[in-house]
Ligand binder design. Structure first.
Ligand code: RIB
Ligand code: CA
Length: 317
């Protein structure tokens, strides 16, 4: 079977970086490009981190297009730094990348690539959806041309991680999420309901570091801050593989349990701003707008993640 051709829109971000490596370690996937956005950290650092992590994995042939530096309406908060560190990749230290982003803006790059090959590209958004929302507004024809959209974002029955009701990616740009949710794209949503069941432990990281590999050391150093945050605030010795779980929608969908629902997002600006909710009773009589993952075999996913990362490390990168 031909690999799925994917583009990842991203705000690296520790778990974003793990996602690129996981995609590169998975033969079912062909990672075609990264488009960066502000989110966990500012656009300069998310773009630098994207280039640096690709360089670490000897994948600098993959283009990086720089995207939006601000959300549509909200202002960029600092919540991401507490989790991902001021560098955006925890305590990891990667050399300044030799490669540069392409000249084209992420919005224009997404439009060009999606229109050029209708039905071929699967887009992953694992940060705020600002770039995609503006691409939809600039060129609505990308909606029927996109094969599928896989979103890490939202919290359906689960509470939020940045407010009691809202998940970080949606809360950072709720207006962008609203545009994307209602555009008519075939969406698969990977919310906190499932990502919090996919916990990477320090023992998993130690197991990976039995391999003498710069990528194993990167995973250890990048997740150190992330794990400190979880120990301190969520009393868990590990961290949630939020973004990497999106890859399972392609390589191991059997690990996920999906339901079709109409999902919306609160953009009223009040206490529930950025809250995502499913109309489980279909009281609004609106058709489902996405496939939502509401359960996962979490430990099996983490084992798959580690196995794939071990194979990448053994490849001598
Ligand atoms: O809520 C989790 C999401 O917020 C992940 O994408 C993580 O990278 C942060 O951006
Ligand atoms: Ca992210």
């Amino acid at each position: 079977m031909n690999p799925s051709r994917i583009i990842i829109d991203t705000d690296p971000g520790v778990d974003d970086a793990l996602t690129f490596l996981f995609a590169l370690a998975s033969p079912e996937i062909q990672l075609e490009a990264l488009t960066t956005v502000c989110g966990n950290i500012g656009i300069e650092k998310t773009t630098r981190n994207a280039l640096a992590v690709l360089e670490l994995a000897h994948a600098s042939h993959i283009p990086v297009a720089r995207g939006c530096a601000l959300p549509l309406v909200s202002t960029l908060g600092k919540a991401g730094e507490a989790v991902h560190g001021t560098s955006g990749i925890g305590e990891a230290s990667l050399p300044e990348p030799k490669s540069q982003p392409i000249h084209q803006h992420a919005i224009d790059y997404l439009i060009e690539r999606i229109l050029a090959e209708p039905g071929e590209i699967t887009l992953f958004t694992i940060g705020p959806m600002t770039n995609l929302a503006l691409a939809i507004r600039k060129e609505p024809r990308i909606v029927p041309s996109l094969k599928e959209l896989i979103i890490m974002g939202g919290a359906i029955r689960q509470g939020g991680n940045v407010t009691p009701l809202a998940e970080f990616n949606v809360h950072a740009d709720p207006h962008a999420a609203h545009i994307v949710f209602h555009a008519g794209i075939p969406i698969t949503l990977i919310p906190l309901d499932v990502t919090y069941k996919c916990l990477l432990t320090s023992a998993d990281v130690e197991r990976l570091n039995r391999i003498d590999s710069p990528i194993a050391r990167f995973v250890r150093d990048a997740t150190a801050t992330y794990m400190d945050f979880y120990r301190k605030y969520e009393s868990f010795d590990g961290c949630a593989l939020h973004d990497p779980l999106t890859i399972a929608a392609i390589i191991a969908p059997e690990l996920l349990t999906f339901e079709e629902h109409h999902v919306d997002v609160d953009i009223s600006g009040g206490v529930g701003n950025g809250n995502t909710f499913a109309d489980f009773m279909n009281v609004a009589k609106k058709p489902a707008n996405m496939k939502v993952a509401l359960d996962v075999r979490g430990r099996e996913f983490v084992e798959l993640f580690i196995e794939r990362m071990e194979s990448l490390c053994r490849a001598g990168l």
